[in-house]
Write a protein that binds this ligand. Structure first.
Ligand code: AMP
Length: 281
């Protein structure tokens, strides 16, 4: 289901069980934070019997990061987590966005697998599934070939030849139109999701937060995304946006209708916390 991730994780579990025989082993699922999503969010409009038979539904990934970051946001805002409505943008080489209402995840952009949603380093994100049928019929590609193309050869890499965001920026500086278009598609998709998640949340959230490699480190992307939200009264403070820091911080202006934050994610700490809680049960 997650070809870039699961085989390595399964091997890690096998080796850990061989080597560490006298300690409890805990698995923290990257999907668990999204188990609070309502059926209307996680259900695909497929025939019910086949969806149930194969457990085909939206699960979401990066949950550990979205959970950690959303709690940090509540602390920065000084509000109880279960009173905060927020949108979290995890933008790294994998990318996902979540809508969190009163501390509970109600939507996220990844689905049955991490392929759905935002444009990523090598993954398509959202795409009309009919493209698969068309490639199969018109190009004679096998399902496995299309799977590999969508997961490993698409996204920024497919559009511009590089999956690393810094290389995309370098190519843009060198005048690459492909890299510019890749950035435009990338930003457009993020903005589209923010707009739709404000609809899901029923209004402006308390916070929109950037995290992960690109979200934490690249002021330009934050500026491009938030600049497109000006019509909602959402405004970045340019000086705050430009500060580099390892600390969670607000980068919107005082009069912005929504707080914009940068919060460095820490999936390791979140996994450790959940492991300790599990062992203490
Ligand atoms: P992650 O998957 O969270 O480790 O994020 C990796 C992505 O973050 C890669 O595309 C990197 O190019 C990108 N990244 C890391 N540092 C920077 C930076 N200073 N500016 C732009 N992108 C960055």
């Amino acid at each position: 289901m997650a070809p870039l991730h699961n085989p390595g994780h399964v091997r890690g579990i096998e080796v850990a069980r061989e080597l560490f025989t006298d300690v409890p082993h805990v698995v923290i699922f990257d999907t668990s934070f999204f188990q609070t999503m309502p059926a209307e969010s996680y259900t695909y409009a497929l025939p019910k019997a086949i969806a149930q038979k194969h457990a085909i539904r939206r699960y979401g990934f990066h949950g550990t990061s979205h959970q950690y970051v959303s709690r940090e946001v509540s602390q920065v805002l000084g509000k109880p987590n279960d009173e905060v409505n927020q949108i979290v943008l995890h933008i790294g080489s994998g990318a996902s966005v979540s809508a969190i209402k009163n501390g509970k995840a109600v939507e996220t952009s990844m689905g049955l697998t991490p392929l759905e949603g935002l444009v990523m380093g090598t993954r398509t994100g959202d795409i009309d599934p009919a493209v698969i049928f068309h490639l199969y019929r018109a190009e004679g590609m096998s399902i496995d070939e299309i799977d590999t193309m969508f997961n490993k050869q698409s996204g920024l890499k497919g559009m511009a030849g590089e999956n690393d965001f810094r290389q995309i920026l370098r190519l843009i500086e060198e005048g690459s139109e492909d890299a510019q278009l890749a950035l435009d598609v990338f930003v457009h998709r993020i903005v589209k999701y923010i707009g739709s998640y404000m609809g899901v949340l029923g209004g402006l959230p308390d916070a929109i937060t950037f995290t992960a490699g690109v979200g934490e480190n690249n002021a330009m992307v934050r500026d491009l995304v938030v600049g497109r939200l000006a019509g909602f009264g959402i405004k970045l403070d340019a000086a705050k946006n430009d500060v580099r820091s390892d600390e969670p911080r607000i980068i919107s202006t005082e009069d912005s209708t929504v707080n914009i934050l940068v919060v460095p994610t820490n999936e390791e700490v979140e996994i450790a916390r959940q492991t300790v809680a599990k062992i203490a049960e």
